[in-house]
Design a protein around this ligand. Structure first.
Ligand SMILES: [Zn+2]
Length: 390
């Protein structure tokens, strides 16, 4: 516990508050006893370590998340994304791939017992933090992975899945996606999926869904909902982002909007610069692979600023309230197109510092960095338990 406390004090608090250790935020200011929770709802790192070529235990010069950098960022819990393509595979193939990714995450956690522990509940996140380890949870990114089967949904929950993103970039037979032109909503079966998730205590994630699906979810969910990695559409027009009405409605369910750091979701001007560069440089860096090409692009057009990212946090708080905002970085899922100063998970202190500079209290920063995420998971569990008793 002291170790974690010290990490917070030397990491985030000092960076954030520019103060001495004795002035570091005290436990419990955000209503949670013990050291602060720092929770990221969405990291795509399994795409790197799944084939065994990426060692999570050492500091890498590629990727955005590994144990040393999670420690440097004072991270206490991460949801690793179970992601399979919704377009390349059949849904049945996606089920198998999901099982393989879950296996790779569990095996990776087992390789690092001193640093990581697999967790499936708010209580286990607290216990992990108190033991000085980072809790690893599973988020299933795309309803195609249940192959329209409540039995598969329940099985993914049994394996540790604690949220299901209802769609990825393509609609499922039962829910519409923001990546598709037809603005379809939830079918009757889609509502059954939401009801079953409510019953299980699995968070319903509306990132990636169509606007119509979003409103159908708000209407049908009996528990708080989340956006695991979405930003504010009032500031950047991408359809993956949430309108103010959506942010407010999510907050009204008791839910949390976890802000995404992808440059394209933060800044329309970046999107324009990016498009122009792509058009003018069809071959630049291509021989060096994806990383080299992105590097060349970022060197030419620049990243979005930390301040732009902070604008999204601040806007979401203004619209939804301080209890309704958290972090959903999308690290390792956006080809490195991340803001200046938030290039990897070690740099979370820069976000904390920026929020403090903007006048957020240390208690409010703690809410945004983790307490809100912990609370919404807890509330979804509680809602399921009370329904089971009722
Ligand atoms: Zn995503």
């Amino acid at each position: 516990m002291n170790l974690t406390r010290r990490r917070w004090a030397s990491g985030i608090a000092v960076a954030a508050l520019g103060c001495s250790k004795s002035e570091a935020p005290e436990p419990g200011r955000a209503g949670e006893p013990g050291p602060p929770h720092v929770i990221d709802l969405h990291c795509d790192t399994p795409m790197l370590f799944r084939d065994g070529s990426f060692d999570l235990g050492v500091r890498n010069d590629r990727g955005e998340v590994d144990i040393p950098r999670m420690r440097a960022g004072s991270v206490t819990a991460v949801f690793f994304s179970v992601y399979t393509s919704a377009t390349r595979n059949t849904e049945l193939e996606a089920v198998q791939e999901a099982l393989e990714i879950i296996d790779s995450i569990r095996r990776t956690v087992e390789l690092h017992p001193d640093d990581l522990v697999f967790a499936v509940s708010a209580e286990e996140i607290r216990a992990a933090r108190d033991s000085g380890r980072i809790a690893i949870l599973l988020g299933i990114e795309g309803g195609h992975m249940i192959n329209s089967s409540l039995a598969v949904l329940r099985s993914l929950y049994a394996l540790g899945g604690r949220y299901l993103t209802l769609t990825h970039s393509k609609e499922t037979p039962w829910a519409g996606s923001s990546g598709s032109d037809s603005d379809t909503g939830l079918t009757d079966f889609g509502r059954e999926v939401v009801a079953e998730m409510n019953r299980l205590g699995m968070m319903v994630d509306i990132s990636h869904v169509s606007d119509r699906t979003f409103w159908d979810v708000v209407e049908s969910s009996q528990a708080p909902i989340i956006a695991s990695h979405s930003s504010a559409r009032a500031l950047a027009s991408h359809r993956r982002n949430m309108t103010d009405e959506m942010i407010r409605a999510t907050a009204d369910t008791g839910g949390v909007v976890h802000i995404n750091y992808y440059n394209t979701f933060l800044d329309d001007n970046y999107v324009q610069r990016s498009r122009q560069w792509e058009a003018e440089n069809p071959d630049t860096g291509k021989s060096g692979g994806r990383d080299a090409r992105t590097k060349a692009k970022l060197a030419a057009i620049g990243r979005t600023s930390l301040e732009t990212l902070l604008d999204h946090f601040e806007h979401a708080v203004r619209i939804g309230g301080i209890e309704a905002v958290g972090m959903g970085s999308d690290f390792d899922g956006v080809d490195g197109e991340l803001p200046e100063g938030v290039e990897d998970i070690a740099m979370i202190p820069n976000i904390a510092a920026g929020l403090v500079r903007r006048g957020f209290s240390s208690g409010d920063v703690e809410r945004i960095l983790g307490t809100n995420s912990l609370r919404v998971l807890q509330d979804v569990e509680t809602a399921a338990a009370s329904r089971a008793q009722g």
